[in-house]
Ligand binder design. Structure first.
Ligand code: FES
Length: 126
């Protein structure tokens, strides 16, 4: 078993408000805890803090699936699955490692109730 590494990044915003935290878990178990501004995508929170495993090649246009993450059951219940017939659902249907709890992190926007969100990256996305 690999030792987990935890990095804490980010900090209060310009107004001194604390921001919701997201834990990104790499396939190898390394964890990165990042404060992600409200209204920002989960993908952007990773990219802006150099979290490995989320490349976001299309820049958040829902056209690359390199921001693919898995959600735990409690977060999937809160955030939901991609809308049927949506571009996200279509992109995930082509992803070899997609699971019922897959989402594209560029399509998840941070809200206060997502504080503590944990997302995991699939194998091969590093
Ligand atoms: Fe390309 Fe999310 S960043 S699909």
């Amino acid at each position: 078993m690999l030792a987990a590494e935890t990095r804490r990044l980010g900090g209060p915003d310009a107004q001194g408000r604390t921001m919701p935290k997201v834990t990104y878990v790499e396939y190898n178990g390394n964890e990165h805890i990042v404060e992600v501004p409200l209204g920002t995508s989960v993908m952007r929170g990773a990219v802006d803090n150099n979290v490995p495993g989320i490349d976001a090649d299309c820049g958040g246009e829902c056209a690359c699936a390199t921001c693919h993450v898995y959600l735990g059951p409690e977060w999937l219940a809160k955030i939901g699955t991609p809308a049927e017939g949506s571009q996200e659902a279509s992109m995930l249907s082509f992803a070899a490692v997609a699971q019922p709890n897959s989402r594209l992190s560029c399509q998840i926007t941070m809200t206060p109730d997502l504080d503590g969100l944990v997302v995991s990256m699939p194998e091969g996305q590093h």
